[in-house]
Design a protein around this ligand. Structure first.
Ligand code: SF4
Length: 456
């Protein structure tokens, strides 16, 4: 078992923490109410999802051409496009640019920046890194990673945030939410003003105009990109779409699924460096592969690349609600993490992620781009078995159950033998925290055999 899998086992104990469970249930419950009301904005939400599904699939199938088109347009607009094979490659490119400007970097809340490990890298290099989003600012204070792709500080209560602000800035611990938000906004704007370089992800890359789409609710990305002198965009290859016209469908749908709003408050399309004194004079777009071409090769798994990272599937996932965001051990969590992580980070370390699904189908119901999660998870499990990457204890459990089900003699063996076998196999690997139902004294076959009936 890999270190990640051992870590997962111990971290997943959080599922038995009553307080955590209540917090998660309350927060995800609030999201579900907002999400349900946002669907009312659509006359035919299903049709809109179908359109989004087709748009994203078309982009994936034409990805190679669209990326080249994007690069050409972006360069024509005065931007620079760099191609990164993996996270280290992307970090080296960032350092090439940032290394000359040691006056701080401000970053947005973006999963792809977490994927390449920007925070750790900047710390190692001794460059001050500021967070422009309120959630990430709070998490940075308490030294934690995001708990959810959209609601990054979902795991913290108002009281915990108040205590952190009190400890670091002596803000009154009983401050109201409004006071805390105003205080953080003020802090963020001061830090943003100090940064020379702004690092963001991208919601989409537009092949027809070479534009970078940034969608947000707080306006802090826009502020950062307006004051910094250099803007570095890190975007997965999957972010490219054919046309600015596609945004009419994709942006409202993503907002509705991410936060339950009709449209995110601030939507920006960056089409090159600034031509005035204000704003970045340099725009770099780093196109990151990091295992995405491997995902693209598999016809079933490929569909995961159409993800808009709205976080809807995470919010409704029963596994996420129980084990929380940190247990996954990767920036990609919930159902989409279960699909992408084993292929992106390797089956040897992350094969267990493919098991983190009850196949309830709730994620498929809510996904704005109609990713058929059940198919993808089953394909991942097939790959896991093919590569012999599963937990050997689980494999021997399944083999044993299959051999029992195939043998009448074993099915009819005495209750105490079955109990002992269960203890050896099932309880040890699965049910240390659960109580199994008692074994029936007789099998169904024994109960219904003519001999047994005559004795009754
Ligand atoms: S898989 Fe679908 S629901 Fe989940 S984050 Fe991506 S777009 Fe949203």
């Amino acid at each position: 078992m890999s270190d990640y899998q051992n870590q997962f086992r111990s971290d997943s104990e959080i599922a038995f923490n009553e307080e955590h469970w209540q917090k998660m249930n309350y927060n995800t419950g609030c999201y579900e109410k907002r999400f349900a009301s946002s669907r009312g904005n659509y006359r035919n939400a299903e049709l809109e999802r179908q359109r989004a599904f087709q748009l994203r699939n078309r982009s994936l199938l034409n990805m190679e051409k669209l990326l080249v088109d994007f690069e050409t347009r972006c360069k024509e607009n005065g931007g620079q496009v760099l191609w990164a094979c993996d996270a280290n490659d992307a970090l080296d490119m960032i350092w090439e640019i940032v290394g000359k400007r040691h006056h701080g970097v401000v970053r947005s809340n973006s999963t792809v920046l977490d994927e390449i490990g920007v925070d750790r890298f900047m710390k190692l290099k001794g460059v001050p890194l500021y967070h422009s989003s309120i959630g990430r600012y709070i998490l940075n204070l308490v030294g934690k990673a995001p708990y959810h792709p959209v609601f990054s500080a979902l795991n913290l209560s108002k009281e915990e945030i108040g205590l952190a602000l009190n400890e670091h800035y002596k803000l009154k611990a009983d401050s109201t939410t409004k006071q805390m938000v105003n205080f953080i906004r003020h802090q963020v704007s001061q830090e943003v003003a100090k940064a020379q370089v702004c690092l963001t992800g991208a919601n989409y890359l537009l092949a027809d105009i070479g534009g970078v789409v940034l969608s947000e609710n707080e306006g802090n990305i826009l502020r950062s990109t307006s004051t910094a002198k250099v803007h570095i965009v890190v975007a997965g290859l999957d972010k490219v779409i054919s046309s600015v016209d596609d945004l009419g469908i994709l942006l409202p749908l993503t907002s509705a699924h991410a936060t339950g709003s009709g449209l995110a408050a601030v939507n920006t399309i960056v089409t090159g460096p600034s031509s005035t004194d204000d704003g970045p004079h340099h725009l770099y777009v780093i196109l990151l592969n990091n295992g995405r071409t491997e995902l693209l090769e598999n016809e079933v798994i490929r569909q995961s690349l159409s993800c808009t990272h709205c976080g809807a599937c995470v919010s409704v996932c029963p596994i996420y609600k129980n084990i929380g965001g940190y247990t996954y051990g990767t920036p990609y969590i919930g159902p989409i993490g279960a699909v992408m992580a084993p292929l992106m980070y390797g089956f040897n370390e992350f094969a267990h992620m493919a098991s983190l699904c009850s196949l309830c189908g709730r994620c498929t119901e809510v996904c704005p781009v109609k990713i058929p999660f059940e198919d993808l998870i089953i394909e991942n499990r097939r790959l896991m078995a093919e590569r012999h990457a599963g937990d050997p204890r689980y494999d021997s459990l399944v083999r044993s159950l299959v051999s029992h089900c195939k043998s009448r003699k074993k099915m009819d063996c005495p209750q105490w033998i079955k109990k002992m076998e269960y203890k050896q196999l099932v309880v040890r690997s699965w049910f240390t925290k659960r109580t199994l139902p008692e074994m029936a004294p007789k099998s169904f076959n024994q109960l219904t055999s003519p001999k047994s009936k005559s004795q009754q």
